[in-house]
Write a protein that binds this ligand. Structure first.
Ligand code: SF4
Ligand code: MG
Length: 316
């Protein structure tokens, strides 16, 4: 059967023209994965890795340069109808709940208005909004419906954002660093809420994060991105317990991850994140294992066991 979401060799090139030269940056290159209902995929990477660019292409905020995004067998590239109904297919939660809510509108309006616009309520709008508030754990619901965003805490605001997104009944929710602006314990509450809703509503979740700890907490599978490419991909526990790519190891041993003992520390050469277009391994200038081949030959993906994949010459 068709996967809910199939991404095939996605690529994004940004071009800018200055007075003297045209510059191209390959922000995303050769990214492929599938996502099924009830699954959580985490895309992990530092800023500039291309992870948010992938999310923006999946929600059609920016067009892909090449490759394909297929929802339930329908291609976003070729199917105009899909583009129109896309908001009821995929919705995005951003990291800043403070910026996401219009301060002049009540919570009831913020959640109710998209339901009106997309004609999604058969019955009473108010009772549907109350139901959504209940689903995201904002109770008593009657108290919240007439409040304004400034009267809510950061965690409560992120719950309102989730209620608003949930109202559109999307099949996929993409959460881009949904907890990074919140206190740790509030962030864990939000992650638990998303996992709970994923089960109850049979959603597919995509989590965009720089934190392998929260990726491990949330995800069934993890894709580690660097300089626009997926460097390692696999079942979450397998990838964390048995990391293969030197970059994944660097991330694991350099992040203060409470779920893992730190046994090894890499010497990191600070370097600019490289453009993905180069005919070499884009990680070579930070990699302790780099050899001549890494600087001169493109790297193919090696298939390991259990769907575990790694893009490194050491495994060729
Ligand atoms: Fe390091 Fe070479 Fe592997 Fe790149 S291909 S990660 S430079 S060993
Ligand atoms: Mg980002």
């Amino acid at each position: 059967s068709k996967p809910l979401l199939h991404v095939n060799e996605l690529e994004k090139v940004f071009s800018s023209r200055s007075m003297f030269r045209k510059k191209q940056v390959h922000a995303v290159q050769d990214v492929s994965f599938t996502l099924e209902a009830g699954e959580v995929l985490a895309i992990v990477g530092e800023s500039g890795s291309g992870k948010s660019t992938v999310a923006r292409m999946l929600t059609n905020l920016i067009p892909a340069t090449s490759g394909d995004i297929v929802y339930n067998g329908e291609s976003l590239r070729t199917n105009r109808q899909l583009r129109k109904k896309l908001p009821t297919f995929v919705q995005m939660i951003f990291q800043d709940p403070f910026a996401a809510l219009n301060p002049h509108h009540t919570i009831g309006y913020i959640i109710g208005r998209p339901l009106q616009v997309h004609r999604l309520t058969q019955g009473d709008l108010r009772s549907r909004v109350l139901e959504l508030l209940r689903k995201v754990g904002l109770s008593p619901e009657e108290d919240f419906i007439d409040k304004y965003p400034y009267q809510l805490s950061g965690g409560q605001k992120q719950r309102v954002v989730i209620a608003k997104v949930l109202g559109l009944a999307p099949k996929v929710i993409i959460a881009d660093e949904p907890t990074s602006m919140l206190d740790v314990s509030i962030g864990i509450d939000i992650m638990n809420l998303l996992l709970d809703l994923k089960e109850k509503e049979n959603l597919a979740l995509m989590m965009i994060t720089h934190n392998l700890g929260s990726a491990r907490y949330m995800a069934d599978r993890i894709a580690v991105m660097y300089a626009g490419r997926v460097m390692e991909y696999g079942p979450a526990e397998e990838l964390i317990q048995n990391p293969q790519h030197p970059y994944t190891k660097l991330l694991l041993y350099s992040s203060p991850d409470p779920w893992r003992e730190q046994t090894e520390v890499f010497e990191v050469v600070e370097a600019q994140v490289q453009d993905a277009s180069g005919a070499c391994c884009s990680f070579h200038n930070r990699c302790p294992f780099a050899t001549d081949i890494c600087r001169t030959k493109p790297v193919a993906i090696a298939q390991l066991e259990n769907g575990h994949q790694v893009r490194c010459h050491l495994y060729a």
